[in-house]
Write a protein that binds this ligand. Structure first.
Ligand code: PLP
Length: 376
């Protein structure tokens, strides 16, 4: 099997799966209970909090555990809107956010917020000047992503946040870090960013666990009512085994960011070089994108058709983003690419276990697929 859809989800690391299973059996207590099994569970959760925090150079007290990246984004965005609604009127955001952000902002738009979405240009970049121009004294929230999930555009969260702060010191700044966490180095200790969302299943954990960084002294109200766990922001009995697993993933993968990044870069370059040799394939990802993601368009074959052809050879890639099943890519549409390029777009995404053999298999599969499918 050649699994090249790691931006959709990753395989669970067997070492982490074992830890998860063992924790499930051994640390069964409710962290809120006052007796020993409860305290053991609470300690395990706090240890994981420190492990996740260390990947961002922050403290455990700044980490809230959630069920997924979507939940982290929702808590941060809705919380920020509630926090600033008394004086703010608009929200500034990139025009190529994941639905976890843009659909949440649609809910806020229905409450009267003006959403200023700055689209990417045809090269897949956000015009920084235009983005900052949209921020004014009535901006309550600024949201952007670390790495775009469809084409891999890489933003510099700290540098951009500093520029936003220079224009508006009281707006909340949220970063969707789901595709960048533990893949690209990032330190949040400078306090420029108020909130940062991450998700475990993009980093070899089971689906169902995520986290939200909230800067010390940055306060938002709850989105859910409940028993007060996670400082009331994500009430509900903590999923201790999954949280422990996320902590261990943070420790394991947080240490190897440069080495894994170098590996992804090599594979990305190989794929780009080989695709360029064909001459009929257009790369949609910017040249300076995250090497973990490469989006390109094939001529004369719909991406779904090619996806299933590749599937027959056990090569797995995505057409657009996994969340948009069959729908035209949100990002490529925002880039205003021609319809044929959007229809033929495939996304390849690597992880640390991806190999040159995977890339070669994909190239052969594409070659064969184009020959077989273009003829019809
Ligand atoms: N944000 C981005 C950029 C993503 O790529 C994803 C998932 O694909 C999410 C948020 C949502 O994360 P989750 O699947 O953990 O809810």
């Amino acid at each position: 099997m050649h699994y090249l859809d790691n931006a959709a989800t990753t395989v669970v690391d067997p070492e982490l799966a074992k830890l998860c299973y063992d924790t499930m059996l051994e640390i069964f207590g409710n962290p809120s209970s006052l007796y020993k099994p409860g305290m053991v569970a609470e300690r395990a959760v706090d240890h994981a909090r420190a492990q996740v925090a260390a990947t961002l150079g922050v403290t455990g007290a700044e980490i809230t555990f959630t069920a997924c990246g979507t939940e982290s984004d929702n808590i941060a965005l809705q919380g920020a809107a509630e926090r600033t609604k008394n004086w703010a009127k608009n929200i500034v955001v990139t025009g190529f956010e994941h639905p976890a952000v843009y659909r949440t902002l649609e809910l806020l738009a229905a409450q009267g917020w003006e959403i200023r979405a700055i689209p990417p240009d045809a090269g897949g970049h956000i015009d920084e000047a235009a983005f900052l121009e949209a921020v004014d004294e009535q901006t309550g929230l600024v949201a952007f992503m670390f790495v775009n999930n469809e084409i891999g555009t890489l933003l510099d969260p700290v540098a951009l946040a500093k520029k936003v702060r220079a224009k508006n010191g009281r707006a909340s700044i949220h970063v969707d870090g789901v595709q960048g966490w533990c893949k690209h180095p990032l330190q949040l200790s400078g306090g420029e960013i108020d909130s940062f969302a991450l998700s475990g299943h993009k980093m070899h954990c089971p689906k169902g666990v995520g986290a939200l960084y909230l800067r010390r002294n940055y306060r938002i109200g709850p989105v859910f009512g409940g028993g007060g766990q996670e400082r009331g922001l994500r009430p509900g009995t903590e999923n201790v085994p999954y949280i422990v697993t996320l902590g261990a993933a943070a420790e394991k993968y947080g240490r190897s960011i440069p080495a894994r990044l170098a590996g992804a870069k090599k594979l990305n370059e190989l794929l780009r070089e080989e695709l360029a040799k064909r001459g009929d394939i257009t790369v949609n990802s910017p040249a300076d994108a995250s090497p973990y993601v490469l989006n390109f368009s094939i001529p004369g074959v719909r991406s779904e058709t090619m996806l299933h052809f590749l599937e027959s050879k056990e090569i797995y890639v995505s057409s657009g983003s996994a969340c948009s099943k069959g729908a035209a890519s949100h990002t490529l549409t925002a880039m205003r690419l021609p319809a044929a390029r959007i229809d033929g777009a495939l996304r390849v995404s690597f992880c640390d276990t991806s190999t040159e053999e995977d890339v070669r298999a994909l190239l052969n599969g594409l070659e064969e697929g184009l020959r077989a499918l273009q003829r019809r």
